[in-house]
Design a protein around this ligand. Structure first.
Ligand SMILES: O=C(O)CCC(=O)C(=O)O
Ligand SMILES: [Fe+2]
Length: 241
């Protein structure tokens, strides 16, 4: 499903921190099927205000950090199952290791899916210190950057220090190597956006880390994603940074 060769051979930028934009990850047929069957099951609202970051979006587990297994596979299309199996493979870890120069072969990892509805955003943050590398993959069949919802590579914590903008279009992806200066943000999705901004994040952690997004014993009820849903069920608070 994923063109791993393309990831492994891609150039890594070193300014303003270590990152890459890798596009063309799938064949046109696979890209269309992934966009068409993007999951809408088993989501929770994650919402927060103030502090270092603002955020508001809906999240679903795809691969659990504790077990390494695909979560709720019965609800996934064959294309999404194939993508999940690729992400669980050692070949995928090898490709990202080649790109970043970091050994990710045994790093704890989790994969989560996100819908960013109208008004959703993510303020400037460098990512929590227990993260090593994040690979963010996008799934909108088309996207007008004027509608917000772009990943912004920032030169500093200043939201105006935009170095590069990455639109959330299927096949496109971003690799971020976490450091104290790996500042990035997601611009606010416009209020009248007719579609959600769709992404997954693959996160590799330092040894011994736990998932702050899906803490042990979290019993937040899950629901199907609806673009018109008001945030009634709020998940954990300060799990990212
Ligand atoms: O969705 C994106 O483009 C970025 C997400 C992100 O920065 C994060 O989840 O920490
Ligand atoms: Fe982040």
């Amino acid at each position: 499903m994923i063109n791993l060769e393309k990831i492994a051979r891609h150039h890594l930028h070193h300014q303003p921190f270590r990152w890459a934009q890798v596009d063309g990850l799938y064949s046109p047929q696979d890209a269309a099927a992934l966009a068409e069957t993007y999951p809408c099951d088993h989501f929770k609202v994650v919402k927060g205000y103030g502090g270092e970051k603002d955020y508001e979006y809906e999240a679903r587990q795809l691969i659990a950090m504790t077990t390494g297994q695909v979560v709720n596979p019965q609800a996934l299309s064959p294309h999404w199952m194939a993508l999940a199996q690729d992400l669980r493979s050692s070949a995928y870890r090898q490709a990202l290791s080649a790109l970043t120069g970091l050994d990710l072969s045994v790093a704890p990892m989790e994969v989560n899916l996100f819908h960013y509805g109208p008004g959703a955003n993510l303020g400037p943050h460098p990512d929590l210190a227990d993260k090593v590398v994040t690979h963010i993959l996008y799934f909108n069949d088309s996207w007008n950057p004027a509608r917000g919802g772009c990943l912004q590579i920032l030169g500093s914590r200043d939201p105006d220090s935009v170095f590069e903008q990455i639109p959330p279009v299927v096949g496109n992806s971003a690799v971020l190597v976490r450091s104290d200066t790996s500042w990035h943000a997601v611009s606010r999705v416009v209020d009248d956006s007719p579609v959600s901004r769709r992404s997954i994040t693959v996160t590799f952690y330092r040894p011994g880390s736990t998932s702050s997004m899906w803490p042990e014993g979290d019993d937040t009820p899950l629901h199907d994603y609806s673009p018109h849903r008001q945030g009634v069920t709020h998940g954990g608070a300060d799990w990212y940074a």
